[in-house]
Write a protein that binds this ligand. Structure first.
Ligand code: SAM
Length: 324
């Protein structure tokens, strides 16, 4: 039995580092530190506007809205929509007054709810197999990132939901010492809480992740700052992220999972380069189409944004209209 650790469990340290007083996301703009689909191309916003038009929805809520970049792009394409950003950071300077901004989830939404790269930033417990084969909760020193192992996963002090989740979604029996898992309960609960608020609408979470067939044996906990990967230390000076167990999230909320390249393809985003003959007929048109195809290429790239998962839950009356 290891000595009781005085360090916080990863989930608490992570939460304080990102969202505590002075936490990373309370002061830092995500775009200053990493590039998401929103920053890669306005085609991402255009695809979501396409989804809104197909379903006849009139409201878009962006959860984890950063500095409102996605909402601004959507507004430029479809100014009549009601737009709301949900974000722990304050309302960005200069945001159009017609765009709403809040730190609390709305009680109910009839419309499209989108959460791009939000769930990977929802803190979760981390567990690891110790040298004797026991799965234990991992604790961390917020100042140094030094880790220690705490209570066994089946200890009475650890919520039973953690071991139940691991059994169902990330089994660790007979795993080698050092094998880790990021326990998805908090992500499942967070997204299910969003989806239950959506009435006549569609909820789309987009994130990097894995499924039961492809869990990473040593976990995916990472930190980023200024566009670079840095040491994993939950000290408030850097982003802390881990991939999402997308199958578990979708199952809990009741929804389907598909890759971003497939979702964007169904929404009409094409990375096909224009016919060279167009270059002679209409050089400006050719350059414009080539630029769009290049942008689309980044959004659907293998081993890139195209591998992201879309977790989609829709009101029964809209399910057949999303992709047609
Ligand atoms: C990785 S950034 C993504 C920003 C943006 N969606 C994009 O794609 O560029 C995650 C954002 O989610 C916000 N966030 C995290 N948890 C939140 C919560 N519970 N409520 C509101 N915003 C949250 C963070 O402050 C951060 O701005």
């Amino acid at each position: 039995m290891p000595p009781p650790t005085t360090m916080p469990a990863w989930k608490s340290a992570w939460d304080a580092a990102l969202y505590g007083p002075g936490g990373f996301f309370r002061t830092q703009s995500p775009a200053a530190h990493f590039r998401t689909s929103v920053h890669a191309s306005p085609l991402f916003a255009a695809a979501l506007v396409g989804l809104v038009r197909r379903t006849g929805l009139e409201t878009v809520v962006d959860i984890g809205a950063g500095r409102g970049e996605l909402l601004c792009q959507i507004q430029a394409l479809e100014p009549s929509l009601n737009l709301l950003g949900v974000e722990v950071a304050p309302r960005p300077d200069g945001l159009d007054p017609a765009v709403g901004w809040t730190s609390a989830l709305p009680e109910s939404v009839d419309g499209l709810v989108v959460a791009n790269e939000w769930l990977d930033n929802v803190p979760c417990h981390v567990v690891e197999v110790d040298p004797s084969g026991t799965v234990r909760v991992v604790h961390v020193d917020p100042a140094t990132g030094e880790e220690s192992l705490g209570a066994a996963l089946d200890d009475r002090s650890v919520p039973r939901s953690l071991s139940a989740w691991c059994e169902a979604w990330w089994p660790m029996d007979r795993a080698e010492p050092g094998t880790r898992a990021e326990v998805g309960t908090s992500r499942d609960v967070a997204w299910a809480d969003v989806v239950r608020r959506v009435g006549r609408g569609v909820a789309v979470a987009v994130d990097y992740g894995h499924t039961r067939a492809s869990r990473p044996p040593f976990g995916t906990l990472r930190c980023y700052r200024d566009g670079r990967e840095v040491d994993v230390v939950p000290d408030g000076s850097r982003d802390v992220t881990a991939h999402v167990a997308v199958d578990s999230v979708a199952s809990r909320a009741g929804g389907e999972v598909l890759r971003q390249r497939e979702a964007l393809h169904r929404l009409g985003v094409s990375a096909q380069r224009p016919d060279l003959a167009l270059a002679t007929r209409d050089p400006h048109g050719y350059v414009a189409e080539l630029s769009l195809a290049t942008q689309a290429g980044e959004l659907v790239a293998e081993r890139g944004l195209g591998d992201f998962s879309w977790m989609v839950s829709a009101h029964p009356s809209l399910r057949d209209r999303i992709w047609t």
